[in-house]
Design a protein around this ligand. Structure first.
Ligand code: KG4
Ligand code: ZN
Length: 329
């Protein structure tokens, strides 16, 4: 069975060809990131225009690389939310037209669920139930995953963690996106130099990254030599955010009595988060699953993998499928 996965929720236009659950035959990604950089963030109109220009060539390249033709497709899987309305509509419209013209089933996929499924390309699903952790530019969620259903246990009350990385990098004049450059700077800094803290709540494990962002801003304002301090600020900020995510996720996993945590989303490319989660998990007998770095960021392979699982569970979409920008967990 050959599944085409289409991902167009933000600045990437991506198509992947997956054979059954385990063989990724191609995974093509075109990004408009360079066009957004001068603006310090994603400009939705630029993203959707780029998606419109790229979707056909990216699709053709995915087929070529997989050495298949359109007639070999068995299923079309596409992200229908959450994300930017313009970009999502391009992907969903393309997927519907393709499914109709080739005469194969269509399946709409939730981008957040797919980030968790990025861990299962080429492998089986872990024993159910397990905990999913989605850490991206738009979301921070700890999810209870059971038999294909998803229940949110904790989420952010304000900024997403990737967004906090992006905003802190912007304040430090490090450019966009912030995650990779903060990670790089942090390697040269002392994470114990400055004490930053993330927001806490009395009765739950929700996240808040808005306060720490302001704390960094105040610190920068009273800095004498900002250039010299950048590595320590990055290391201390990264440590505070990662410790908060690790502590809350592991505590929830213990409370729920699960053995596995499956992590996904752009921030899961962060090596300090990967190291700390794996270490803290191992100390408590919890296995932390992390996708290969290229599957942490947005891609079509995870959409194909999740679409395949939904299809096997008997799910189908029809021509009424449309983009849902505010789709939740
Ligand atoms: O999942 P993703 O590619 O797109 C969304 O669905 O949002 O995540 C993008 C986010 C950005 O905020 C980016 O700064 C962050 O992931 N990110 C990182 C790293 N690489 C990307 N954050 C921390 N460390 C990284 N190495
Ligand atoms: Zn994403």
């Amino acid at each position: 069975m050959i599944t085409l996965g289409i991902e167009t929720s933000c600045d990437e236009t991506a198509c992947a060809v997956l054979e059954n659950a385990d063989q990724l035959r191609s995974n093509i990604i075109a990004s408009s990131l360079a066009r957004h950089r001068p603006f310090g963030g994603i400009v939705p109109e630029i993203a959707s225009r780029h998606t419109l220009e790229s979707i056909v060539p990216v699709y053709q390249e995915a087929l070529r690389k997989a050495k298949i033709t359109q007639e070999d497709l068995s299923l079309v899987s596409v992200t229908y939310g959450p994300g930017l309305i313009g970009s999502l509509l391009v992907g969903v419209s393309f997927a519907k037209a393709l499914s109709f013209s080739v005469g194969v089933p269509l399946i709409g996929v939730n981008h957040l669920h797919a980030h968790i499924y990025a861990n299962f390309i080429g492998t089986r699903l872990p024993r159910s139930p397990f905990i999913g952790l989605v850490v991206s530019g738009g979301h921070t969620s700890v999810v209870f995953c059971k038999d294909g259903s998803f229940r949110e246990l904790a989420t952010t009350r304000d900024d997403a963690c990737g967004e906090a990385f992006d905003k802190v990098a912007k304040m430090l004049g490090l450019g966009f996106p912030g995650g990779p450059v903060i990670e790089k700077m942090a390697k040269k800094g002392d994470p114990t130099r400055i004490t930053f803290r993330c927001g806490q709540f009395k009765d739950n494990f929700d996240f808040s990254f808005s306060g720490i962002k302001t704390a960094v801003l105040y610190y920068i304002q009273k800095c004498q030599n900002i250039k010299k301090e950048i590595p320590d600020i990055c290391a201390s900020f990264q440590k505070a955010v990662v410790s908060d995510i690790v502590r809350k996720t592991i505590t929830l996993a213990i409370q729920k009595g699960v053995t596995y945590i499956a992590v996904g989303g752009g921030v899961s490319a962060n090596s300090y988060l990967r190291k700390m989660l794996s270490k803290e998990g191992a100390e408590r007998g919890i296995i932390v699953l992390l996708p290969p770095r290229e599957h942490s960021l947005d891609n079509g392979a995870m959409i194909a993998r999740h679409g395949y699982a939904l299809y096997k569970a008997g799910k189908r979409s029809d021509m009424r499928l449309t983009a849902v920008p505010g789709l939740g967990m």
